[in-house]
Design a binder for this molecule. Structure first.
Ligand code: DGL
Length: 272
């Protein structure tokens, strides 16, 4: 039987733990930091095991548990699973085991389906998410009357992790994944992987400005804000939040990529 781990140390100045397989979750962490600048953040990138979409379920489960344990050792007051793959695969198990509020990312299928004028929505996801039954159920539940086309995008996360966002390979791969969706006439595109917001400029260059792009950073941040407020554990507004960054595989190339995507110099530390 699993014994639920309860943290009694929750307090207003405790940090919020945010993690992803790599740099993707920075798209969420950035929005949290901009919206709640007084909150302390600890960001963990599990780069050694990225992409999560390519590893076996039991290894993914172990990795997520090990990162959650690290956060609990730091007495975080909330955990944000800034990764769609980890959310659909492991979040319910994690919630059963850990008392700290756990916020996951859910692709914005519902608002996209409701707002789509021609009821045609495309969604870009990793291969693991595309095959996940929880994700497929989510699409079914929220698609309303829209036709939702799921496009798995193998290779994109690897390119982003290597910082190859603007190169030809990335452009060709994006073209390959977007073309069938555009041919179907979609007017709304949901980004179902937290790495993909770093490709919005490149997506627009292929698809044009007419396509409405939906990402999850804002709804996740709002949900986090609500949960912190409900528990009365928001940090003091006078505080300036500190952001720490850790990775399971630190390199100078990664440090550079973190700094580029975060928008200022990042001191990347190894995950113990
Ligand atoms: N950012 C992760 C997600 O949202 C990337 C998945 C992966 O590492 O395969 O799914």
């Amino acid at each position: 039987m699993i014994t639920k781990q309860v943290t009694t140390q929750n307090n207003n100045s405790a940090a919020i733990g945010v993690f992803d397989s790599g740099v993707g979750g920075l798209s969420i962490a950035k929005c949290i930091h901009q919206t709640l600048p007084y909150e302390n953040l600890i960001y963990v990138a599990d780069t050694q095991y990225a992409p999560y979409g390519d590893i076996q379920h039991d290894i993914l489960t172990k990795r997520v548990h090990s990162i959650a344990q690290y956060f609990l050792s730091k007495k975080v007051k909330a955990i944000v699973v800034a990764c769609n793959t980890a959310t659909v695969s492991v979040i319910s198990q994690l919630r059963e085991e850990i008392e700290v509020p756990i916020i996951g990312v859910e692709p914005a299928i519902k608002p996209a389906a409701l707002a789509s004028k021609n009821a045609k929505v495309g969604i870009l996801v990793t291969q693991a998410t595309a095959k996940n039954k929880n994700f497929i159920q989510l699409v079914e539940r929220y698609k309303n009357d829209a036709q939702v086309s799921i496009q798995a995008c193998p290779g994109l996360v690897d390119l982003i992790e290597q910082g190859k966002i603007d190169n030809k390979e990335c452009q060709q791969l994006l073209q390959q994944y977007l073309t069938p969706l555009l041919n179907e006439g979609i007017d709304s595109l949901v980004l179902g992987c937290t790495h993909y917001p770093f490709l919005i400029k490149q997506i627009k260059a292929i698809a044009g400005d007419q396509l409405t792009i939906y990402e999850t950073a804002t709804p996740v941040t709002q949900q986090l804000k609500r949960r912190l407020a409900a528990l009365s554990v928001n940090a003091s507004l006078e505080q300036t939040g500190q952001c720490q960054f850790l990775s399971s595989k630190v390199s100078s190339q990664q440090q550079e990529l973190f700094s580029k995507l975060w928008g200022q110099s990042v001191d990347l530390k190894p995950l113990p």
